[in-house]
Design a protein around this ligand. Structure first.
Ligand SMILES: [Zn+2]
Ligand SMILES: [Zn+2]
Length: 158
């Protein structure tokens, strides 16, 4: 069990971005507009995210969003509590959804982002491949710590 993403928001948060973020897949069939996005990328190094993304998963989330091109969106149910969606035309990974919390984490690379985004946290650092490291200082959590946090927030995984 090693697939979880961002049910907790942490304590101190910078203000959300005032301009919507515009995102799209490689072929443009799917577009995403993300409003009031947090200017922080949530990073997961778990084995499943690494397999799915090729490296870590860097996600952005916001208060509300619109998605166009749903016909092109394929959904892979990767566990009891998560879905991973991708464009069925170009193969771009689009978002991870934590189903019990209905939390969407959109792949940061889809968006035209302003300079200066930070890292919210890095999770499942105990599953990170040793061939890369991110140099920015950011909160680091092991899988066990993340699961304990989510369970304390009321989510169940078995
Ligand atoms: Zn596409
Ligand atoms: Zn992950």
């Amino acid at each position: 069990m090693s697939e979880l993403f961002g049910p907790s928001d942490g304590d101190t948060q910078p203000a959300p971005l005032s301009e919507p973020l515009k995102g799209r897949c490689l072929c443009g069939a799917v577009t995403i507009t993300l409003n009031a996005a947090r200017p922080l990328v949530d990073i997961c190094h778990c084995e499943m995210c690494v397999r799915w993304s090729g490296t870590f998963l860097g996600g952005l989330s916001g208060k509300c969003f619109t998605i166009t091109g749903q016909d092109a969106v394929s959904t892979y149910r990767s566990s009891d509590w998560a879905e991973r969606c991708f464009c069925s035309i170009c193969g771009s990974n689009l978002w991870y959804r934590f189903v019990p919390g209905d939390h969407y984490s959109f792949l940061a690379g889809l968006f035209d982002v302003p300079a200066g985004l930070g890292i919210l946290q890095q999770i499942f650092v105990d599953e990170k491949p040793d061939w890369y490291d991110l140099v920015q200082q950011s909160p680091m959590k092991t899988g066990a710590e993340v699961i304990a946090e989510a369970e304390a927030a009321g989510f169940k995984f078995d």
